[in-house]
Design a protein around this ligand. Structure first.
Ligand code: GAR
Length: 210
């Protein structure tokens, strides 16, 4: 059984999607939040998943917090660390400890729009297609080898909220699928890029307007 540890900061809907996917060969060893009031912690607790709240505000520095967090996670011996709406910048020391076994989901088609307010920025730029990305975590914020991406149309009447909701629906499909693929060894990191062991569908396309 491969062990997955999930880090959240809030609602945890991506964490829920991964738990509910019931990925074969994997168990959720723990859900950890840097915010003790994260709604996702209650959800996980109610389902008997071990939870841990580690309040970053109780630590003097980012280095100190990340060192304690990394030790806690390492003690759980995870095969995969999943960042699911974990809204803290990670120190390079932390990232290096989990290099090659830490995934993140970001609500844009990276490398476009790293950081915050992705949907508002995509709308203001007049994009017709937006989306989300699952990627390996590197020390650079919202960068790293892309594992999977999903795209959605941007509609003329969209607000940041309506676009976020459309993208989030895709996140809930994409992230469990990417975690499942990691657990089954469907892809590998080769020279800093993700390569799949199976051929991918070359006919897939999203045209806007269609
Ligand atoms: C998701 O949309 C995720 O892509 C985003 O935060 C949201 C968390 O929602 N993550 C980032 O912006 C990371 N840079 P959730 O807590 O319901 O999964």
């Amino acid at each position: 059984m491969k062990k997955i540890v999930i880090l959240i900061s809030g609602r945890g809907s991506n964490m829920q999607a991964i738990v509910e996917a019931g990925i074969p060969g994997a168990e959720i060893a723990a859900v950890i939040s840097n915010r003790p009031d994260a709604a996702g912690l209650i959800w996980a607790n109610e389902r008997g998943i071990p939870t841990l709240a580690l309040d970053h505000k109780a630590y003097a520095s980012r280095d100190e917090f990340d060192a304690v967090l990394a030790d806690k996670i390492e003690g759980m011996q995870p095969d995969l660390l999943v960042l699911a709406g974990y809204m803290r910048i990670l120190t390079p020391v932390f990232v290096n400890r989990f290099a090659g076994r830490m995934l993140n989901i970001h609500p844009s088609l990276l490398p476009a729009y790293p950081g915050l307010h992705t949907h508002q920025r995509a709308i203001e730029d007049g994009l017709k297609i937006a989306g989300c990305t699952v990627h390996f975590v590197t020390a650079e914020l919202d960068h790293g080898p892309v594992v999977a991406q999903a795209a959605v149309p941007v509609l003329d009447e969209d607000s940041a909220d309506t676009l976020a909701a459309r993208v989030l629906k895709q996140e809930h499909q994409l992230y469990p699928a990417a975690v499942r693929a990691f657990i089954s060894g469907d892809f590998a990191l080769v020279a800093g890029r993700v390569r799949y062991a199976r051929p991918l569908d070359e006919s897939a396309a999203l045209r806007v307007p269609g």
